[in-house]
Ligand binder design. Structure first.
Ligand SMILES: NC(=O)c1ccc[n+]([C@@H]2O[C@H](COP(=O)([O-])OP(=O)(O)OC[C@H]3O[C@@H](n4cnc5c(N)ncnc54)[C@H](O)[C@@H]3O)[C@@H](O)[C@H]2O)c1
Ligand SMILES: [Zn+2]
Length: 334
């Protein structure tokens, strides 16, 4: 870190990570200047442009210049929003990610995608810009609430499906209380994502596979964010449901083996809430697909699989098959 010689260092946090992660952060911190902590309220509903304006104002008031450095200490909300703030402030200042949630370690803080939601629509505004580096310390997970750990696990399961049977089985067999096992899984997952991003940084083809389960997952997440009386789901919880639906679409369209579909459903049902979606809810979710960033000239494009690690990208799926996938999903609970 010291080679950078920053004029000022800002640490972007949220209410929880400021409280729980500052002590461990200090152990890693070795710039000669005292860091200035900036804090946002925790939660996806705050991943919005208004919060960026607040941070841009604060950076400006504290005299941040192009030799300043921003450190993002938090989960995916902090790394996504912080990355956007830093990449755009004075046309871009150096930033470092220190992910503190499992989800941010294995996914959000790796790969350079930064941004915010537009109202309830996920990740509509953003840039691709890499951090100077990402620092991983598994000890941050000691204070992470259980449901947040499981939320992050959904991205590990996704990596298993798009990568290999071997990694899927390793992920399914994880004992979360075994720290070295968890650490190995995190590093493997980062390697899987990093390798894909390195081969296709601008998402022309291969990188789209990282969106497996996210087309419907994001629509479900947006549906939940849209109205206060809708069930709230964490990102990973919505993605887990999206993974079941994407596996069923893969089964319907690309001979994805039924045995893997069953294994995926069992694993997800064991760890995640699987709420029932009414016909009206499904219609609304399908309408929200229109805002997916992978859409091409008005067509909704899915990433599907024909087996572990065998992808079919840019799939157009008839709406009836999406309804069939939801019907299958809803029956899991009955
Ligand atoms: N940029 C990408 O490539 C990418 C990839 C996947 C997900 N994402 C985004 O990531 C976000 C989800 O990330 P997330 O699940 O980390 O959510 P999050 O940032 O909201 O963190 C989850 C909760 O855990 C708290 N927390 C985090 N670390 C903690 C710790 N060590 N101790 C105690 N509390 C802690 C946070 O304050 C928050 O309340 C979504 O907005 C999603 O769209 C981005
Ligand atoms: Zn995700």
């Amino acid at each position: 870190m010291e080679a950078l010689d920053p004029s000022k260092v800002f640490v972007i946090t949220d209410t929880h990570t400021r409280q729980h992660c500052s002590t461990l952060f200090q152990k890693h911190y070795d710039f000669p200047v005292t860091p200035i902590f900036l804090e946002m309220p925790a939660g996806e509903i705050n991943k919005k442009i208004d919060q960026c304006v607040t941070f841009w104002n604060e950076l400006s008031q504290y005299g941040a210049d192009r030799h300043s450095v921003c450190i993002h200490l938090g989960g995916g909300v902090v790394t996504d929003l912080g990355g956007f703030v830093a990449s755009t402030f004075k046309r871009g200042i150096t930033f470092i990610n220190i992910p503190t949630s499992l989800l941010a370690m294995v996914d959000a803080a790796v790969g350079g995608k930064n941004g915010v939601d537009l109202g309830y629509l996920k990740n509509q505004i953003g840039v691709i810009q890499d951090p100077l580096f990402t620092l991983i310390d598994i000890d941050f997970l000691d204070t992470l609430p259980e449901e947040e750990l499981i939320s992050g696990y959904a991205e590990i399961l996704k990596h298993g499906l798009i990568h290999s049977k071997e990694y899927w089985e390793k992920a399914v067999a994880i004992d979360f209380s075994n720290k070295s096992q968890l650490e190995q899984l995190v590093w493997d997952s980062i390697e899987i994502k990093h390798d894909i991003v390195r081969k296709d940084p601008r998402e022309k083809g291969l990188r789209k596979t990282l969106n497996f389960g996210h087309t419907l997952g994001h629509a479900i997440e947006s549906y939940c964010l849209k109205e206060k009386d809708h069930q709230t789901l964490l990102h990973g919880e919505a993605v887990a449901i999206g993974i079941i639906l994407a596996c069923h679409l893969s089964f319907q369209r690309h001979e994805f083996p039924e045995a893997i579909l069953t294994d995926v459903c069992d694993t997800i049902q064991k760890h995640y809430p699987t709420p029932f979606f009414s016909k009206t809810a499904i219609h609304e979710i399908v309408e929200l697909l229109a805002f997916d960033k992978k859409n091409d000239r008005g067509k909704v494009c899915f990433v599907l699989l024909s087996d572990f690690g065998t992808h079919v990208i840019d799939c157009e799926v008839p709406t009836e098959q999406i309804f069939l996938a939801f019907e299958f999903y809803n029956k899991l609970n009955s």
